[in-house]
Design a binder for this molecule. Structure first.
Ligand code: GCB
Length: 656
């Protein structure tokens, strides 16, 4: 019998083979064991509030930091842990272990090159005791991961309790019914750093099937981003308690009219089927009660003679934070108390300006990374404190969380110190058509939901960035970004949304949906190498064309040049400190021409040198920092400091 292939059958065949390729690939990487948290487990997480754990008279917070037992599953298919059910025993019982600090990336902790570059499942385990006081039916205990990269499965006492798909954002599970008392609790975590065309960020696994050149089963992870794919449990793991009737979420928005501020609040209470009384008190910095509302948890607080939240250098008393104290009284009369820091401020965008509290704001800032020696992307308080001291030393007022959400401990500092944030999701390097698939789109929307849910109440966050340098010239990008940006605006109607673009103004298809145009370019670096003289010409042309095309304010979100600290060349040569400075001088001169018009910010790439994958263009990482990776200033830091403080002085406090 002759089979005639019609177009539909052909498409089905294509689809079938594509699904097969992905399935084979996932099987080979051990992803089929369920690392990809299913849609249902992801959306289950999406329905919770995920308030940052804060101590109060009704809540205890305990960190599970320290040395954990660790093993990277180096078996050929990375699947030994699942085949042998490593969560059923202690890790020592199933093979050799090493000590691994939490939080930290595991990559740079040992001398083992295989661990640094490991791709697949890494297993962590530790024991802990639960205090007898937690054995109380009137309260619940929640286990929370501030982030683990990328796919995570967690077992407590051999019972699977949560899965999460994606790094850089928190996830948690109510463990009240799984906790044991008077005996140790065993916590096992498997985390897989494999990036696929549908993860955010995307990547590919390439199998090298040429037996003459590679051993059997040899594969590499290809990244589409310019930073090292640090992995592991990179942020704190916490246990926290709440009463059984508890405040699950608060959403606040703020407004200002004359000298009066308004805080609108909307609380979600869980654990009780009927309505419970909620008291909302607003306290000032000294703890004085400003206003109080009793009711169901939705309403408005009015603040006479409001003290606004101003960015650093825009006021003599920047970053003023009130405290919204929410008290929920459960049916048994047991209160749950949560204190949310609240900054009262407004954000608006016009065709030429970015306004904070009605005044023009000019972003003097950086693109940053969470990155340092040994820790990789591991949360580190000394590093956080040092970075904020340097940010303020330079006279910066802002940064972009390039290219993923930063730790909430960092975001707290931004709120407290008046450092304005462009809050970016991990969608960096969406480069191929496959990266714009409906599968990725749906995950991308979930990630934006998670990000907005986490950071929606932060005064420092003034704009969401849905992506960095996507292939926005592709036809698919138009529908894709229209959808992601609409979705983000539905999740938060109070903040502008952007995407960061490096495509030409007449090719890009995403900028039309952004409220602010964010541009990255590297004149005299990735092209016209060594030709510093073309920078001004090209930068000017680019800004003018973008403005003429969209009539929206523009932020230069990246520009810069690599400089090896201590390498001096005059006349300047690429990679010397002098060259980095010359690039800056040339850009500054263009910024100054457009600052009074529609350019609303300049953010140099990068705050500090950072680690990348190994390539011929990177000398032990990206060296575009104005500080070294150890946070020592290059000459560029002094130059930037001079410029930023001059800008403060020119515009004056109370302006930008
Ligand atoms: C970019 C990327 C950033 C890179 C930078 C560079 O455009 O957004 O992630 O690190 O260029 O130095 O190449």
């Amino acid at each position: 019998m002759k089979i005639r292939f019609n177009r539909r059958m052909f498409m089905m065949l294509l689809l079938f083979s594509a699904v097969n390729v992905v399935a084979v690939f996932m099987m080979r990487m051990g992803l089929d064991t369920g690392a990809h948290a299913s849609r249902s487990s992801q959306s289950q997480t999406l329905s919770n509030g995920m308030l940052f754990p804060r101590e109060s008279e009704s809540r205890e917070v305990r960190e599970l930091g320290g040395m954990w037992k660790f093993r990277a599953d180096m078996s050929p298919n990375r699947n030994a842990g699942f085949d042998q059910q490593w969560w059923e025993k202690t890790l020592e019982q199933t093979g050799p272990v090493i000590d691994m600090p939490v939080p930290a990336s595991y990559n740079d902790i040992t001398q083992d090159r295989r661990l640094r570059d490991f791709v697949g499942w890494a297993w962590y385990q530790r024991e802990f005791y639960a205090p007898a006081s937690w054995k109380n039916i009137k309260q619940r205990t929640v286990l929370r991961f501030e982030s683990a990269h990328y796919n995570t499965i967690v077992w407590l006492n051999s019972k699977e309790i949560v899965r999460h798909d994606g790094g850089h954002l928190p996830f948690e599970a109510d463990v009240s019914l799984v906790l044991r008392y008077n005996v140790p609790n065993t916590l096992t975590v498997a985390v897989n750093n494999t990036l696929t065309p549908h993860t955010i960020p995307p990547g590919t696994i390439q199998y090298m099937d040429d037996p003459d050149r590679y051993p059997p089963g040899y594969f590499v992870q290809n990244l589409q981003m310019d930073f090292f794919n640090y992995a592991g449990i990179q942020r704190p793991v916490k246990l926290y308690t709440t009463p059984s009737v508890f405040l699950d979420d608060i959403t606040i928005t703020t407004n200002v009219q004359g000298s009066t501020g308004y805080v609108n609040f909307d609380c979600v209470i869980k654990g009780n089927s009927s309505a419970v009384p909620v008291t909302v008190d607003l306290l000032d910095k000294t703890g004085q009660l400003v206003a109080a509302v009793k009711g169901s948890g939705k309403g408005q607080v009015k603040v006479a003679d409001v003290k606004l939240w101003w960015p650093f250098t825009m006021s003599s008393d920047p970053a003023y934070l009130y405290t919204l104290k929410v008290t929920v009284i459960g049916s048994a009369g047991q209160p749950d108390v949560y204190r949310l820091p609240v900054g009262i401020r407004t954000v608006q965008v016009t065709s030429k300006q970015f306004l904070i509290n009605g005044k023009p704001f000019y972003f003097r800032g950086f693109g940053k990374h969470e990155d340092s020696d040994i820790r990789g992307k591991g949360l580190d308080y000394p590093l956080i404190a040092k970075d904020f001291n340097l940010i303020k030393w330079v006279g910066a007022n802002s940064f972009r969380t390039s290219h993923y959400p930063y730790a909430e401990e960092i975001m707290d500092m931004c709120d407290q110190q008046g450092i304005v944030v462009i809050d970016e999701c991990p969608a960096v390097g969406l480069k191929t058509r496959e990266n714009f698939s409906n599968q990725t789109l749906s995950h991308h929307k979930d990630v934006m939901t998670e990000l907005v849910r986490r950071d929606k109440n932060r005064p420092s966050v003034v704009m969401w960035s849905v992506a960095n340098e996507p292939a926005s010239q592709l036809p698919e990008a138009e529908y894709y970004f229209k959808t992601v940006i609409q979705h983000t605006k539905q999740a938060d109607s109070t903040r502008p949304v952007t995407l960061v673009i490096n495509k030409a103004f007449n090719k890009d298809k995403g900028g039309q949906f952004a409220d602010v145009v964010c541009l990255n370019n590297y004149y005299s670096w990735y092209h016209d190498m060594g030709h510093l003289e073309v920078i001004q010409y090209q930068a000017k042309y680019n800004l003018e064309q973008w403005y003429q095309t969209h009539h929206k304010p523009i932020i230069q979100t990246e520009y810069g040049a690599d400089a090896i600290a201590g390498l001096h060349m005059d006349p300047p040569l690429m990679f010397s400190e002098e060259y980095q400075q010359e690039v800056m001088f040339n850009y500054f001169s263009v910024f100054d021409q457009f600052r009074q018009q529609y350019l609303v910010g300049e953010m140099i790439w990068n705050f500090a040198d950072f680690m990348t994958a190994q390539t011929t263009t990177r000398v032990a990482g990206n060296k575009k920092g104005i500080f070294t990776r150890q946070r020592q200033p290059k000459t560029a830091a002094f130059l930037l400091k001079e410029r930023y403080w001059k800008l403060v002085n020119q515009t004056g406090p109370g302006n930008h």
